[in-house]
Design a protein around this ligand. Structure first.
Ligand code: ADP
Length: 448
């Protein structure tokens, strides 16, 4: 029997789940279709947090911030390539999205910082754990409470249109049976294409051979399906490599570790750059080193402030030692150099002034409390800034900038918001903000 819905959401990452919850709250009958056997997409791997300016939680901590500053720093980080209307919407809606999460029992009330930002505005869970798992489990609770249908191991392979308006999707399930789900609105929240090597290399040949931090469902299928029904794309060549990826596991070492006070050290035992610069710049500096890799070095105070650090230790890829001297021995690094590097950095912290590389943020405390830790890192493919074009209502646009009736998109599948370089903490903000918008507008359209 044919199945009829008001709204079908493709993808169960943070964007898809937020959209589904909002659409359901508007009164729509919603189904989520997910091709993988588990919920959470790449979002579940998100580490550092969610950026927003002028939030209640910032005010509670006495952090003064402004939307204007958040806008300008994101624009600068994106090399001014960002779609400014989408960025304006993003910045304006961010505090309300933080509140939306809090109302859904997902409170991000601790705050840290990421590269390219000048103020603590990256919201994360109170226990300072990685944001992804916390966010997805909280969203899933809401999905369950609302009894929203989730079809796992079911892949959408076509968006169906009649007279230019979306009427549903064709799905293929785990038994390879295909069927049609009728829907008045379709929200595409299929994520990016970092795990699709062919597609990455097509746009950026020099990235051949790089590892990716992404889950294997990040194949970009949503972009291709939307192109089939006339959607335009933007910035497809803008692919972010993340500077701190552990290469044997492809595990991302969260920016929260640097935000918590860690430094980057070359094999020769020297700092070589402002660790709190944007991801593109830090990555380029690591690639320029003779070994094309570096060590992220931190002390026990940094570890204690970031739950993720203990997770990395448990994974077995962290080198640790009671003193910097013994750490250097284990890293096969010149002991005097590492010792001198730490002493010099610690002086910069005392004076809150980095004479060597101009690091202005996260000069948190001297690195002096043993044990000391190091992880060998190098860049990996992390985020695809490009994607389909949308307007500020999350409607998918064609080449003439006209909305395609019934088609919405949110999250990494969308291009334009982050310009040429995404700031850490802006992906989670993006998926929640535009997920909510897409859910609300798709439901309104379906129920009109
Ligand atoms: P975002 O961060 O934008 O919300 P994620 O990458 O977290 O996106 O999640 C996207 C989800 O969409 C992933 O779980 C992925 O497996 C799923 N997905 C991608 N393509 C399809 C498809 N064609 N059909 C169903 N699910 C898909």
């Amino acid at each position: 029997a044919p199945q009829h819905y008001d709204v079908v959401v493709i993808g169960s990452g943070g964007g898809g789940l937020a959209a589904a919850i909002q659409a359901s709250e508007e009164g729509a009958k919603v189904a989520i279709v997910e091709k993988m056997p588990t919920i959470g997409g790449n979002t579940i791997k998100a580490s550092v947090g969610m950026n927003a300016a002028e939030t209640r939680f910032q005010k509670l901590k006495g952090i003064e911030d402004s939307k204007e500053l958040f806008f300008n720093e994101t624009l600068k980080g994106g090399k001014c390539k960002n779609n400014q209307q989408l960025l304006r919407q993003f910045v304006d809606q961010a505090p309300e999205a933080i509140e939306w999460l809090a109302r859904h029992d997902i409170e991000l009330n601790d705050i840290t910082i990421t590269g390219g930002m000048s103020i603590d505005r990256t919201h994360r869970p109170a226990d300072r754990s990685a944001v992804g798992g916390f966010l997805i489990s909280g969203l899933v609770k809401n999905i369950n409470q609302r009894e929203i249908e989730v079809l796992l191991e079911t892949s959408v392979d076509e968006i169906l249109c009649e007279k230019g308006v979306v009427i549903g999707v064709k799905v293929v399930d785990e038994y390879n049976d295909s069927r049609i789900l009728h829907a008045k609105s379709v929200i595409v929240a299929t994520g990016g294409f970092s795990a699709n090597r062919e597609m990455v290399v097509k746009y950026r040949p020099e990235l051949d051979g790089f590892v990716t931090t992404n889950h294997k469902g990040a194949t970009g299928s949503g972009i291709a399906m939307l192109q089939q029904i006339g959607a335009a794309t933007v910035d497809m060549g803008e692919i972010q490599i993340h500077p701190t990826v552990e290469q044997t596991t492809s595990y991302l070492v969260s920016e929260a570790i640097r935000g918590g006070g860690a430094i980057l050290v070359s094999q020769a035992g020297h700092r070589f750059y402002n660790e709190m610069e944007t991801r593109d710049k830090v990555s380029a500096q690591i690639i320029a080193l003779p070994e094309k890799s570096a060590w992220i070095v931190f002390d026990d105070r940094v570890r204690a402030n970031n739950k993720a650090a203990d997770e990395y230790i448990a994974k077995g890829f962290v080198v640790s030692a009671p003193t910097p001297y013994e750490l250097a021995v284990k890293l096969n690094m010149d002991q005097e150099s590492l010792q001198a590097t730490l002493e010099r950095y610690n002086q910069f912290v005392e004076r809150q002034h980095d004479e060597d590389f101009g690091r202005q943020t996260a000069l948190r405390h001297p690195l002096e409390k043993g044990p000391f830790f190091a992880i060998r890192i190098a860049p990996g493919v992390h985020h695809t800034m490009g994607g389909v074009t949308i307007n500020t209502d999350a409607e998918v646009l064609d080449a003439q900038h006209q909305p395609i009736g019934g088609a919405w998109a949110a999250g990494e599948v969308v291009g334009g918001i982050h310009g040429a370089n995404r700031i850490g903490g802006n992906a989670v903000a993006d998926i929640i903000i535009f997920g909510i918008l897409a859910g609300r507008n798709a439901a309104t359209w379906a129920l009109r």
